[in-house]
Design a protein around this ligand. Structure first.
Ligand SMILES: *[C@@H]1O[C@H](CO)[C@@H](O)[C@H](O)[C@H]1NC(C)=O
Ligand SMILES: *[C@@H]1O[C@H](CO)[C@@H](O)[C@H](O)[C@H]1NC(C)=O
Ligand SMILES: *[C@@H]1O[C@H](CO)[C@@H](O)[C@H](O)[C@H]1NC(C)=O
Ligand SMILES: *[C@@H]1O[C@H](CO)[C@@H](O)[C@H](O)[C@H]1NC(C)=O
Ligand SMILES: *[C@@H]1O[C@H](CO)[C@@H](O)[C@H](O)[C@H]1NC(C)=O
Ligand SMILES: *[C@@H]1O[C@H](CO)[C@@H](O)[C@H](O)[C@H]1NC(C)=O
Ligand SMILES: *[C@@H]1O[C@H](CO)[C@@H](O)[C@H](O)[C@H]1NC(C)=O
Ligand SMILES: *[C@@H]1O[C@H](CO)[C@@H](O)[C@H](O)[C@H]1NC(C)=O
Ligand SMILES: *[C@@H]1O[C@H](CO)[C@@H](O)[C@H](O)[C@H]1NC(C)=O
Ligand SMILES: *[C@@H]1O[C@H](CO)[C@@H](O)[C@H](O)[C@H]1NC(C)=O
Length: 406
């Protein structure tokens, strides 16, 4: 919010040096920072005898003031909900505008005292090879205050060797509604004690002191998933870790699935591992996270997607036929993607008794063959891995003879 008075006064300062003192002094009974919804008085005391007037607003509008005593006027302000400007003036004396003393003004800022910070927690980020660590603490600041807050994190460090003593320091924290502060600690530090505080002109609040053992809050950086190789039913996963860790979780899910499946607690051999029991010709998403022997799980790595390889179709087609004078028209239903197990290239139609084999392209769903009686006909879908062999399957062969015997 731009406040006119601050701008005006900086301009008027120049004039003031020529024209002398201000004509009045202005103040509020509640100070210049007030709580939202406050009711209070704004007073102006005049140094000279004049016809006083009072204004308010960013585009100053004349207000009907009350008289306090012979030199002081006031205005009752009710339920102020936003920053506002007030000013007083010695009424216009048209005879002598040049030497008219300056008016006086006041910016009132409206806000709330700070809420008590909640959810204070810290993470000890262990990064890179030399195991240096940065502790990041965060908390929720609660309701917006609309005025400037001073947010601090107070830290006391303890080493296992009492002789090394403890250190105590305060850090400026930033952010809203989540506030953060970060610091580094020496490797000898084992325990930290922290407390968050916030202060503004309307009040202050602080959390309880909280103790952390650094080993309980250490977190590795997320592993980098850098290679996924899949056969039709399993994928091998290679990852890179900046810091060696002890536990690894792999999450995977099929494309379009909502929930991840957890492959938990894997023993990682040379940062490479396998996910088994997958389905052919599906796209899977993978992500991993890691953990030291103690402490917190890292964030999840970036997701890597990979499609498993094809397998020959898993199920026979639904096939039926109709008789047309001198021919048979064979019909079939397309395979569902879940049993096609690959991209269907074409259909192979075999009429055994006639030693006849036909191909139909993948967009076809019927074909005409010469009429035959008591013959066996099979239709199989073919993908890059082949077709389901149906010679032994009794479900598909057709027996047009049944028709013809009538
Ligand atoms: C009027 O009231 C103001 C504020 O209390 C005080 O400073 C001032 O001296 C008073 N003036 C007279 C003439 O009583
Ligand atoms: C104060 O002003 C706000 C906004 O104009 C209004 O919602 C609220 O009811 C008022 N409160 C009182 C006590 O008048
Ligand atoms: C504090 O943490 C709890 C549990 O993690 C969460 O449900 C809640 O929303 C958090 N509160 C704030 C203000 O962030
Ligand atoms: C070890 O950590 C310190 C502090 O973070 C850093 O300045 C330094 O470059 C790191 N050294 C190596 C070899 O990574
Ligand atoms: C935190 O640890 C310090 C040092 O051991 C101890 O003096 C203090 O009482 C502990 N505070 C809490 C809240 O446990
Ligand atoms: C994971 O591994 C840890 C340590 O090896 C073990 O204590 C824990 O029981 C394991 N959890 C599961 C779910 O296997
Ligand atoms: C780990 O991987 C590296 C590089 O891929 C290889 O040289 C090494 O032999 C592997 N170690 C084990 C124990 O498999
Ligand atoms: C056609 O072939 C099937 C199986 O190969 C056989 O059972 C059937 O008798 C044959 N029909 C004729 C007319 O040869
Ligand atoms: C059907 O397609 C397969 C694969 O392209 C091919 O080997 C075969 O000869 C074709 N058969 C006919 C009858 O066209
Ligand atoms: C046979 O399949 C073709 C497409 O390949 C289609 O246009 C046609 O309508 C089908 N015939 C019958 C009788 O269903």
């Amino acid at each position: 919010m731009t406040l006119m008075w601050s701008i005006l006064t900086s301009l008027l300062l120049l004039l003031q040096s020529c024209t002398g003192d201000k004509s009045c002094e202005i103040w509020s009974s509640a100070g210049d920072v007030v709580q939202r919804g406050s009711t209070f008085r704004v007073y102006c005391t005049f140094r000279l005898k004049c016809k006083p007037s009072m204004y308010s607003g960013h585009k100053p509008r004349h207000q009907d003031h009350q008289t306090y005593n012979s030199s002081t006027i006031y205005l009752d302000v009710k339920n102020l909900t936003e920053d506002f400007t007030y000013s007083c003036d010695c009424g216009h004396d048209s005879s002598n505008t040049e030497n008219k003393p300056d008016s006086c003004g006041l910016d009132i800022f409206v806000g709330y005292p700070p809420d008590q910070p909640t959810n204070l927690s810290c993470i000890n980020h262990v990064s890179e090879q030399n195991l240096s660590s940065a502790v990041v603490c965060s908390w929720a600041s609660g309701r917006k205050t609309y005025i400037k807050n001073e947010q601090k994190l107070w830290v006391r460090t303890f080493t296992h060797d009492a002789l090394e003593g403890s250190e105590f320091f305060g850090l400026t924290a930033k952010g809203s509604p989540i506030v953060r502060a970060a610091f580094t600690v020496k490797s000898s530090v084992q325990v930290i004690s922290i407390q968050a505080s916030v202060t503004n002109p309307l009040g202050s609040a602080e959390t309880q002191e909280k103790n952390y053992s650094l080993s309980d809050i250490m977190m590795p950086p997320p592993p980098v998933l850098h290679q996924v190789d899949c056969s039709s039913r399993s994928c091998s996963i290679k990852m890179k870790e900046n810091v060696p860790t002890h536990h690894l979780d792999i999450n995977y899910k099929e494309e379009n699935e909502e929930h991840w499946t957890l492959n938990p607690n894997l023993t990682v051999i040379n940062v490479s591992t396998h996910v088994q029991s997958l389905q052919p010709y599906r796209t899977y998403h993978f992500r991993v996270r890691s953990k030291f022997r103690t402490g917190l799980w890292s964030d999840w790595s970036k997701t890597v997607s990979k499609r498993t390889q094809e397998e020959a179709p898993a199920r026979a087609l639904d096939v039926w036929y109709a008789v047309h004078r001198n021919s048979l028209r064979i019909y079939w239903k397309k395979l569902d993607i879940s049993v096609a197990q690959g991209h269907i290239l074409d259909y192979i139609i075999t009429v055994y008794n006639q030693s006849l084999t036909l191909n139909a392209s993948s967009d076809k769903q019927n074909i005409s063959v010469p009429f035959c009686s008591n013959c066996d006909i099979t239709v199989s879908a073919r993908n890059s891995r082949g077709a389901l062999l149906l010679l032994k399957s009794p479900s598909i062969p057709l027996e047009p003879k049944l028709f013809l015997c009538q």
